[in-house]
Design a protein around this ligand. Structure first.
Ligand SMILES: CC(C)(COP(=O)(O)OP(=O)(O)OC[C@H]1O[C@@H](n2cnc3c(N)ncnc32)[C@H](O)[C@@H]1OP(=O)(O)O)[C@@H](O)C(=O)NCCC(=O)NCCS
Length: 129
C-alpha cells in the first residue's frame, strides 16, 4: 500500500501561501493566517506532495542557526508512508539538525520516522541522520 500511493508523486517547494493546503489545516488546528505569518519569515518554506493535481500532504518548516525546525505537518491519507517520506525528503535537502516540538499523540510517528526524543516537556525530537 505504502509504495503504491507514493508512486507518481512529486514535491513542490514554495515560499508562498498555497490555498490548496487549506483542507488539511483543520487536522492541525491551524488556519491560513498562521501559515501566512510563518511564510512571511524568509527562512520558512512550504513543501507539498502531490499525486497529479491532488495534494497528499504538506510540511511547513524553516531553517535558522543551521537548524531545521518543523512547524506543521498534515497528511491527507494517513498511515501510508507519506509523512515519513516527506520527513526523509526534508532530511535529504537540508543540512544541520532537524528538530520538532511535537504533541504526545505524534511521538510514535516521529520515532518511527527516524527521530529520537531529546526533551520531555515540551516534547522535542531530533532526526538521526
Ligand atoms: C501524524 C501524521 C503527520 C503522520 O503522517 P502519516 O503519513 O500518516 O504517517 P506514515 O504513514 O508516514 O507513518 C510512518 C510511521 O509512523 C507510524 N505512525 C503514523 N501515525 C502514527 C500514530 N498516530 N501512532 C503510532 N504510529 C504512527 C506508522 O505506522 C509508520 O510506522 P512504520 O514506518 O514502522 O510502518 C498524519 O497522520 C497526520 O497528518 N495527522 C494529523 C495531523 C497531525 O497530527 N500532524 C502532526 C502534528 S506535528
Amino acid at each position: 500500500m505504502q509504495n503504491t500511493i507514493l508512486n507518481d508523486t512529486y514535491i513542490v517547494n514554495t515560499n508562498k501561501v498555497d490555498r490548496r493546503i487549506t483542507p488539511l489545516l483543520g487536522q492541525i488546528e491551524a488556519d491560513k493566517s498562521d501559515v501566512k505569518f510563518l511564510l512571511s519569515q524568509s527562512y520558512n518554506k512550504l513543501t507539498m506532495i502531490f499525486s497529479g493535481n491532488e495534494l497528499l500532504g504538506f510540511l511547513l518548516w524553516g531553517m535558522w542557526n543551521d537548524t531545521v525546525h518543523i512547524h506543521m505537518l498534515s497528511i491527507k491519507y494517513q498511515k501510508r508512508g507519506i509523512g515519513k517520506h516527506l520527513l526523509s525528503y526534508l532530511g535529504s535537502i537540508t543540512t544541520g539538525d532537524l528538530m520538532v516540538t511535537a504533541l504526545d499523540s505524534s511521538r510514535e510517528f516521529y520515532i518511527r520516522s527516524g527521530f529520537r526524543q531529546i526533551a520531555d516537556d515540551p516534547l522535542e525530537l531530533i532526526y538521526d541522520r
